[in-house]
Write a protein that binds this ligand. Sequence first.
Ligand code: GUN
Length: 289
Amino acid sequence: MELINGNEIAQNIIEELTLQVAKIDGVKPCVVFIRVGEDPASISYVRKKEKTATAIGIKSRLKILPENISQEQLLVEVEKENLDPSVHGILVQAPLPSHIEEKIIFNNVSSKKDVDGFNALNLGKLCQEQDDAFISCTPAGILELIKRKKIPTEGKHVVVLGRSLIVGKPAGMLFLRKGFPGNATVTFCHSRTPDLKSHAQRADILIAAIGKPQFVSGDMVKQGATVIDVGINRIEDSSKKSGFRLVGDVNFEQVASKTQFITPVPGGVGPMTVAMLMGNTLEAFKRSK
Ligand code: GUN
């Protein structure tokens, strides 16, 4: 069993990006974060993204909007950033309040500034295997881990647990692409999949992105598989000062010893998401020239 150290790999990427940004003369890349409401997890994620941008030398601006903002007004705010030539990347932090239809917001972020890769054009380009697609940061981070650890994918069976627009669907599409890391056979499982365990057991690479704490148990994993844990769940833990601890969608204690590679939570996929976002922002900046 080898732990995939997402912190270390993300730090390497951040250092690579820092060198590239330092070489830019004049105006630096700029990303705008739009946060609606005061969801504690969103506050913490956006803060992490701001800090990483600053560390790299990427400019960032945070726009905080009230929880009760109308969809129409949010679209106006997005459009302002679309039209601002000093802004290269736009990120609307999900989840949005339930009265707002996320897809409509994502589809109205300019595809050239869509560093999250959530809009229909970029998702379509991913399916078409076009090189200029912005790819959703968590799936892109998973792929980068696989690439850097040189984990074979060709002819392998990738099983994705979860079908979200942000992780599950694009992650599966990435492994389906031609070349490395792709050419895999991909199975998607979700809450309505009968006997999900039998699918998971056939995975050479198992991606857990279902948002259920410690869902993947030891008996769901094949000996020698690679397990990528995308979950970040808070569970009560009275031994901690905070009263909780973070766990993934995988029961690490049961699963780790069976795997060839496994990502820990925290310190696996999470830091990669932020690093890939910064890579997308630099790319959007370069293309704006
Ligand atoms: N919420 C959870 N993950 C993400 C992400 O990658 N981007 C945005 N915008 N919101 C998220």
